[in-house]
Design a protein around this ligand. Sequence first.
Ligand code: MRU
Length: 341
Amino acid sequence: MINVLQPIEEGLRILDQTQLPHHEHYLTLTHVDDLTDAIRRLCIRGAPLLGVAGAFGVWLGIGDLSRADTRQDVFWPSLQALAENIASSRPTAINLRIGVQRALKAIEPLRDKSADTWREQALQVAFEIMKEDAELCARISENGAVLIRPGMGILTHCNTGSLATAGIGTALGIIRRAHQEEKDIRVFVDETRPVLQGSRLTAWELERDGIPCTLISDNMAAHLMQLKRIHGVVVGADRIARNGDTANKIGTYALAVLCNYHRLPFYVAAPQTTLDLSIASGSEIPIEERDPDEIRTVAGHPVAPAGIPCANPAFDVTPASLITAIVTERQVYYGPKYLFT
Ligand code: MRU
């Protein structure tokens, strides 16, 4: 298993995913601002892993605040503000907010205790979320592998593996499991522009595991479906609305449309916590807009006229009607009429 994040004496040690696949470089995050910066820069990413990171953020934040002023009327409002700052650093991924809130809720009843106790409690919550996520990934993978037919050509988008979760992954977990079950699958990984989570991260993970895969650029999926080499798509999710509309990495919606046209299954895999029951449909999901330089460059190299206007939404919403099934740790929900309550 890849050691993506780990608390150490000095703070939180994380694998800097922006440096992959060429360098396995670790960062030590001492303060909560180091963590929010690392989250914004995608050094650490993927919805379930952001949930874990959020709780560790509260742990780091309590350390920072307790060095300043622990008077109740100063400390608690500051902690609330700091928690909101972590939660909003990636606005689409609901698990980040859930991780932060879970750590805050756990320390609420301990208000009359010391800052050390609050810190200890936040750390414990972070470990709990981490352990739970590993178990959820295993269950999602088991449930989802049932949908994978022997010999199937499966395309996956972005990165949903051990770099995006605390376990074997969600969509990538299903692929791992199907491979383990010797289903003789053909895995296709698309690059996932603009920041290439597919080619840099997913291809790296699969290669490490000895799972053969074929890398394609984002514009090749339709062609390979037409040639009947890709027989279905499996992706993760950053947030799922009550009606099943799903926000995931930009480009996901296009793949769902392609599957629909070619009559191929389109599967979404995510823990139940990614279901945001407060949201009726996908139109209410906030979509993170990122730095236009991610579009003007490839791996830091300019590929467009400097300053050319760009749109850079990091996620899109796939309507539930295009989703064949949503796989969670509980069950496989068959579409299009999802109603999660
Ligand atoms: O911008 P990223 O790399 O955090 O986007 C990640 C995705 O879109 C994943 O598909 C999603 O978070 C699910 S990870 C199991």
